[in-house]
Design a protein around this ligand. Structure first.
Ligand SMILES: NC(=O)c1ccc[n+]([C@@H]2O[C@H](COP(=O)([O-])OP(=O)(O)OC[C@H]3O[C@@H](n4cnc5c(N)ncnc54)[C@H](OP(=O)(O)O)[C@@H]3O)[C@@H](O)[C@H]2O)c1
Length: 347
């Protein structure tokens, strides 16, 4: 019998259960038939006692306490870097696996950084319950689309421009964008607590800190995480990450330069057959990936597949992708990592 999370008996926990990514984990628990009696949900003190439905049954939210992870098999962390740093080691000590969505451990050499469609074998380095890191959402969306071409023609350089949704900054950012739309209609002052500016009808550089070389953290993550996931320290990557006033699902314009030639037709064929992708490339009707069509869905949409005119024939492809970054860019990738873990468990 195939070993899946559903076929196991152990308890599954979500830390950050009341957040944007947490809500997707809860949806996945229900969709995969994990019953409420196998689920523990954690959030901050503010949410303690709140009941959240898992597969139609209420589960009470708890706060994190010493020993709270005893008896749990896998803990999904989606509550930020600080919480993961403070609590993931305690989960490991209690004998649980940790699948962490934050950036706390991604670049640690002892921690595998996994996109199941790309580098599932990175899990081999874990000999028992360990921390496994989920990459940044922009990295996941880009690499689900770029890796099938990389496997065939080897990418030597990748350029990325992102168009990132409010949901990437959490549930509160989504609420703020909605409230700005309402304020606009009502001609009342807009709330600007999350980004410190009007977001509606605007776009601006990603809100992460800018480093000494002028790249923000989101852009640096695309470089360093891709090098780790592809086990390729020489791949050259540059990115510009921008917030756009979309509620949910990131888009990215991706340019790939290859080591060996790959025709546009062959690239389209490879992308059409690749795991986790859906080609949306209707040139006649001008229909290509859009965030509204990716939102709430599992696949990364890929289109605008064309030869890069700025490179010699066959040496580069340009494409445009849209992926729901709280789903494939966070919870679903975390879930699929947990399925890889479950498949390797002996008990
Ligand atoms: N949003 C995305 O697209 C995305 C993508 C990839 C990775 N991530 C990562 O996933 C994590 C969560 O992101 P999010 O967007 O879901 O954020 P969010 O909507 O702001 O949710 C944050 C969650 O963390 C909980 N939390 C805060 N303080 C806590 C504490 N002291 N103890 C326990 N729980 C606490 C919150 O609980 P309360 O409701 O009780 O405050 C809430 O459940 C972050 O590390 C983020 O970088 C997010």
């Amino acid at each position: 019998m195939k070993k899946t999370l559903a076929s196991k008996k152990f308890v599954v926990a979500v830390v950050g259960a009341t957040g944007a990514v947490g809500a997707e984990f809860i949806d996945l628990l229900g969709l995969n038939g994990i019953s409420a009696d196998r689920v523990r949900l954690f959030a901050s003190e503010r949410s303690v006692g709140k009941a959240i439905l898992v597969g139609g049954q209420p589960v009470m939210v708890e706060s994190l306490k010493p020993d709270c992870f005893r008896g749990i098999g896998i803990v999904f962390f989606s509550a930020g870097k600080g919480i993961a740093k403070a609590w993931a080691p305690q989960a490991i000590e209690a004998g649980a696996w940790v699948v962490d969505n934050s950036s706390a451990f991604r670049m640690e050499s002892a921690v595998p950084l996994i996109i199941p469609e790309v580098n599932p074998d990175a899990l081999d380095q874990c000999k028992g319950p360990s921390i496994v890191a989920v990459p940044n959402c922009s990295t996941i969306v880009a690499l689900v689309a770029a890796t099938p071409l990389h496997r065939v023609a080897k990418v030597r350089r990748m350029t990325v421009a992102t168009y990132q949704a409010a949901s990437g900054a959490g549930a509160a950012a989504m609420r703020e964008l909605e409230s700005q739309a309402q304020a606009f209609v009502e001609k009342s002052p807009m709330r600007t607590e999350i980004f410190g500016r009007q977001y509606l009808f605007n776009c601006f550089s990603h809100n992460s800190a800018i480093g000494p070389e002028g790249y923000n953290e989101e852009e640096s993550k695309l470089l360093y995480e891709t090098r780790k996931i592809w086990s390729d320290a020489s791949v050259r990557i540059t990115a510009t990450c921008i917030r756009v006033p979309v509620l949910r699902a990131h888009c990215e314009a991706i340019g790939l330069e290859f080591e060996t030639p790959l025709s546009q037709a062959r690239a389209r064929e490879i992308l059409g057959a690749a795991e986790g992708l859906e080609v949306v490339d209707d040139r006649i009707n001008n229909r290509f990936p859009e965030p509204l069509h990716a939102a709430g869905r599992d696949p990364v949409l890929v289109g605008r597949i064309r030869a890069d005119w700025s490179l010699p024939p066959g040496m580069g492809i340009q494409m445009f992708v849209a992926g729901d970054q709280i789903r494939i860019g966070a919870a679903l990738t975390g879930w699929r990592i947990a399925e890889l873990i479950a498949a390797r468990m002996t008990h």
